[in-house]
Design a protein around this ligand. Sequence first.
Ligand SMILES: [Zn+2]
Length: 391
Amino acid sequence: MADVLKFSIEATAGAARVGTLTTPHGEVTTPAFMPVATQASVKALTGDEVGALGAEMLLANTYHLLLRPGPDVMRQLGGLHRFMRWPGPMLTDSGGYQIYSLGHRVDITDESVTFRSHLDGSRHVLSPERAVAVQEALGADIIMALDHLTPQPAAYAEDEAALTRTLAWAARCRDAKRRGDQALFGIVQGGLHLDLRERSLKALEDIGFPGYGIGGLSVGESKADMYGMLARLHDLLPQQKPRYLMGVGSPEDLLEAIDNGVDLFDCVLPTRLARHGALFTPTGRVNIRKAAYRTQESPVDPTCDCPTCAHYSAAYLHHLCRSGELLYHRLATLHNLRFIFRLLDDARTAIREQRFATFKEEFLAQYTPASEEVRVEQRRKWQARREVRKN
Ligand SMILES: [Zn+2]
């Protein structure tokens, strides 16, 4: 079978690289950030709007679309691209991550995962074969193998057992795949244990995948641990294949991961933060609800070229946010996504011009990341809110 994906690297600076990923629905210049269209929608925006901001590829969540509208409806309507009118490249996850984080009463065996829908409590079974079948109904260009995740940091034995299962499932996903116009990625697991990561990658290479997801990072471990593991993985992963770091999207994490040779990212962070009042600026994220913005006539980020900053004052955003206006969600999402696309655009230019290290250093010297405590606290709040929604 001809290769569904082509990946060519056109420039490198250290481990960082700029490449072109060619999919059945078009090209993506990497490193690239995929906004998350959880329910076949990047919340508050149309596909045209996301594309105009600079998105070349979107991610949609199999778990949510499996529950609603369901794979049969999706197949009948011609798949995701057509359903949501997004003509460009897409990737779907396997559904695993949401099952473990949202599902009630998850029961995992070597055969499959049984879970209860967070919507109505109905019982569902996801096996490697079914994860592939559902993703074939959705029709994304890249689909992901079903994996077994452990909350991090986990004990060695726990990570090892999950890894063994993930590898068996990866082979079953490969065997279950029927469509010739989708590329299946394997997912490197193994937590923070280098020997398990090595074992994972070697076994996946033996099965043979056109690209690799890096799973099990940014799931509760410290940033130092995450960056350390990315550096080790760069040496282990095959150089000529695309690497996709799952669930990472803060500016500082993106730059560190690019510096360690990562090509693809997805994360709900920019859009979710936007809706909660946190907007990116070159000096760090700001809380637009703060009184300081009540009368600020200039845009929230005067250096930004997004439609929001071009037309509206920080004072207007402050007012809309505090009033709970729906327009706020749109304007804030436009801004945060554009910030991330510009960051990646600048990173790619810096790699091409052989000055990525300086670019990263200069950006991080100005940009203050949310502190580790703020990050942990935020995570706790979202999880608590999710608990409320589930019950
Ligand atoms: Zn803006």
